[in-house]
Design a protein around this ligand. Structure first.
Ligand code: XLS
Ligand code: NI
Ligand code: NI
Length: 455
């Protein structure tokens, strides 16, 4: 069924006018040649193709995010909005939110995005009171429900914006004022329940203001305890309402605060352990956040996988020359291929997805730039997945790693790990056997060459 058929004719015409594309993109294969009539087709994103036992669509689970694509106006610290979307102008905020939803779902349809993600304040205007904000949100929820039914687009995750409003300038859960904690809790309750009703696969908590600017005015120990309490409340409520999705923390070391508590995967894991939540909460990892923490994206994914807390990905790209969250669309094939390789090694994307938490450069002011950015990023990720599939199927990389650690499968290796050797016993063995370890090459350059062969 063509989803536009279910929209009122006037509405469909209005949306079609926003983007120049009419028909959803389809897969045409590597040999596709663009024409004026068909400037773009997927060359790699063949959603029904089987990749390592799963449909490609289910291996990737692409999501389009609401905030950067429809919320953000193209500002930067020095510049005013550059996009001038119709719903950013003057007018009744609720009518603007509805217009925005129409265009958002039109984009999902054109690029064939199976999922979307949102913050409460991206989709509906904030009212004078929380009750008013919640009423606005409920009206949009009804719209989403209908549009999701009509188009088959699903919700990857919802989240509450606990960082934009000035009430949160000193933190949400970590605020010195418990009234702010309470307000944040009320907001999360609303969005968690909305996410549950819309059958969202996950709920995300990004602690944008959960950090500090200076220790001179901060009681760090208290703030960590508050954050632990808050997260416990969220998990309790999830179970109370029967939400089956994953609760995900999104680590980021800084920006907007100088130091954020959810610094990176290692820090979040320690925090979860300290509050008994390591089997309840996982992580949503973002490439640019990993970079800011001084890690590669692959490192964060591998560590989360090893600790059993890998949940989902915010796909974007940082800039090696800039020290902030540039949130560019991913388009570096080797980088994304290595990312997908680590995802597959961590057991696959599971209930998570690849959410394009990415924004256009502020000079990309045409509505069609939104379409191009998402569709080309999707195709690139699909291509990267196919490279990663070759790496897994060929098995040469894994083989090398296995051989490298095979000593741990010998009787001594096993005995050490099973706790059957004391320091004294090991010292005795080394001495009596005259043990002298034999250094072995790790073959990095050969492996790097091997990886290039998969492209
Ligand atoms: C900001 C974060 C944010 C989260 C959702 O840096 O990436 O966009 O993904 O709150
Ligand atoms: Ni993000
Ligand atoms: Ni980010």
């Amino acid at each position: 069924m063509n989803p536009t058929q279910t929209l009122a004719p006037r509405q469909a015409a209005q949306n079609a006018a926003y983007f120049s594309f009419r028909d959803p993109f389809v897969f045409r294969g590597e040999g596709f040649v663009p024409t004026t009539a068909e400037p773009f087709a997927y060359q790699y994103y063949d959603k029904n193709r089987m990749v390592l036992g799963k449909r490609m669509e289910d291996q990737l689970r692409f999501a389009t995010c609401y905030w950067h694509s429809f919320g953000w106006g193209g500002t930067d610290p020095f510049g005013e909005p550059s996009f001038l979307r119709p719903w950013h102008g003057a007018g009744d905020p609720m009518a603007q939110a509805l217009r925005k939803a129409d265009v958002a779902f039109e984009l999902f349809r054109l690029i064939d995005s199976p999922f979307f993600t949102f913050h409460d304040r991206d989709v509906a205007p904030e009212g004078a009171t929380l009750r008013e904000s919640n009423d606005n949100l409920k009206r949009i929820e009804a719209v989403f429900e209908r549009k999701m039914d009509e188009t088959g687009v699903k919700l990857l995750w919802g989240t509450a914006n606990l960082f934009g409003n000035r009430r949160y300038m000193a933190g949400a859960a970590t605020n010195p004022d418990p009234d702010v904690f309470a307000y944040a809790a009320a907001q999360v309750k609303q969005v968690l329940e909305m996410t549950h009703r819309l059958r969202g696969a996950n709920y995300v908590l990004w602690g944008g203001r959960e950090g500090y600017e200076t220790l001179l005015n901060t009681d760090l120990k208290r703030e960590l305890a508050q954050l632990g309490r808050f997260l416990n409340l969220v998990v309790e409520h999830k179970h109370k309402i029967g939400f089956k999705g994953q609760i995900l923390i999104e680590p980021k070391p800084a920006e907007p605060t100088k130091h954020q508590y959810d610094y990176d995967v290692g820090t979040v894991y320690g925090f979860l352990k300290a509050h008994g939540l390591e089997s309840e909460v996982k992580v949503n990892l973002e490439q640019n956040h990993a970079l800011l923490a001084g890690h590669t994206f692959e490192h964060e994914i591998a560590l989360a996988g090893a600790l059993g807390i890998f949940g989902s990905l915010d796909m974007n790209r940082g800039d090696e020359m800039l020290g902030w969250d540039t949130d560019q669309f991913p388009n570096n094939l080797p980088q994304v291929a290595m990312t997908m390789y680590e995802v597959l090694k961590a057991g696959g994307i599971g209930q998570g997805g690849l959410n394009f938490d990415a924004k256009l450069r502020r000079q990309s002011i045409d509505p069609d730039d939104l379409v191009w950015a998402h569709a080309t990023a999707m195709d690139l990720c699909a291509r990267a997945l196919l490279v990663a599939e070759r790496m897994i199927e060929d098995g040469a990389l894994q083989q090398h790693v296995q051989t490298r650690y095979q000593g741990w499968d010998t009787p001594r290796g096993r005995a050490i790990l099973q706790g059957e050797r004391t320091l004294e016993a090991l010292a005795r063995e080394v001495e009596t056997e005259g043990l002298e370890p034999r250094p072995v090459s790790a073959r990095q350059e050969r492996l790097e060459h091997l990886v290039n062969g998969y492209f």
